[in-house]
Design a protein around this ligand. Structure first.
Ligand code: URA
Ligand code: ZN
Length: 367
């Protein structure tokens, strides 16, 4: 960890969330998931994952404090972990569950608020902190999402959007959602694809396993399914300049590259549908994407870099999720394991790139 932090060049966190006050207020007003409620203990709890409300124990949801919405707390976190620049985004489930008439104005408000937060100067000269943003989309309205992209393109601190895999309700390979990809490509705005829904909860079994099954497995499986559907639908053929960034190091897509290829190759119909040579479907497509380095282990991170090139991989923390169980001040183990994964790349150029120079180049950050 220390070795990575001592390397020259900026440290940039591309995966770091804030729930803005307007969004928090909205969640507090709701009685169904997603919502925030005040527990008997007086603590606020965030209940967002599908099916989570069925849990009748007091452990329902997770405690939320100022690390979820307070910008000064984010800056302290950056200070403690020696992060020079953060690209902040709204966290799941974004505006996916809202009807278009509510979602579109809220997206405009959140995106303007993010821009204002990022436009301020933070830190002193010796330890300057820089913020950029990834906006949100009112995904249930394609027209609203296209307008939101146009709005974001006018903002000087916003660098794209972060969204889930829901689209307007049928996923990201839905032809009706395609104008969003077309507009993002036209405006040069990257799209960061982030999971929320996991896989059907029956697959997690009846044991009370907390959030482990959904966060450790459901999330990356969901990302993998989503990007595979995007590839198979030919979206990357039609929008070759579109920049897609995949959360959590691409889920398990990079690991399953060979199997994906083989299955496409052995399916006459699908292999004819795609433009790229069937035997190279996934390497070619996966090498055109970008990834965060939120993998918590050197072995998968190194194999991702071997497969797609280390220049496409960018450090992230997933803050404020996975805080230390003993409290939020001080160093977070979830961050240090991600620094440790970068240290495990061993190649200094790869390490510097993943730590920050890749993000600066890919997202055009001035750091
Ligand atoms: N849990 C979530 O709900 N979202 C994240 O981004 C990470 C963990
Ligand atoms: Zn996240």
């Amino acid at each position: 960890v220390a070795d990575v932090q001592l390397l020259s060049g900026p440290t940039v966190d591309v995966h770091t969330h804030v729930y803005l006050p307007s969004y928090i207020d909205y969640l507090r007003s709701r009685k169904e998931v997603p919502r925030i409620f005040r527990a008997e203990s007086g603590e606020d709890r965030l209940v967002i994952l599908p099916g989570e409300d069925k849990d009748s124990s007091t452990a329902k949801g997770r405690p939320i404090g100022k690390e979820y919405y307070d910008v000064d707390t984010k800056l302290e976190f950056m200070d403690v972990h020696k992060i020079d620049a953060s690209v902040i985004s709204l966290a799941n489930p974004w505006l996916d569950f809202m009807d278009p008439s509510t979602a579109s104005p809220l997206a405009a408000q959140i995106n303007s608020d993010l821009q204002s937060i990022c436009a301020k100067d933070y830190g002193d000269d010796g330890a300057k902190k820089v913020l950029y943003g990834l906006g949100c989309l009112p995904t249930t309205s394609v027209e609203g999402s296209v307008k939101a992209l146009e709005h974001l393109a006018e903002m000087d601190r916003m660098r794209g959007v972060l969204m889930g895999t829901y689209g307007k309700g049928k996923g990201l390979d839905d032809p009706e959602f395609e104008p969003v990809f077309a507009k993002a490509e036209e405006l040069g705005l990257p799209i960061f694809i982030h999971p929320h829904y996991g896989i059907p909860s029956e697959m997690y079994g009846d044991m009370p396993n907390g959030h482990v099954m959904s966060l450790a497995l459901g999330f990356p499986f969901e990302t993998t399914i989503s990007i595979t559907r995007i590839i198979l639908a030919g979206v990357l053929d039609r929008y070759p300049k579109l920049k897609l960034i995949l959360a959590h190091s691409g889920g398990v897509a990079p690991y399953l590259v060979g199997r994906l290829d083989s299955c496409v190759k052995h399916d006459r119909h699908i292999s004819q549908r795609l433009k790229k040579p069937p035997s190279e479907v996934s390497p070619i497509y996966l090498k055109s994407l970008y990834y965060d380095a939120v993998s918590y282990n050197p072995a998968p991170l190194r194999s991702l870099c071997d497969l797609v090139g280390s220049d496409r991989v960018m450090f992230g923390t997933d803050n404020p999720f996975f805080p230390p169980l003993e409290g939020i001040s001080g160093r977070w183990e979830s961050v240090d394991t991600n620094y440790g994964a970068i240290a495990g790349l061993e190649n200094v150029d790869w390490m510097k790139g993943v730590k920050g120079t890749n993000a600066a180049r890919i997202l055009d950050l001035h750091v």
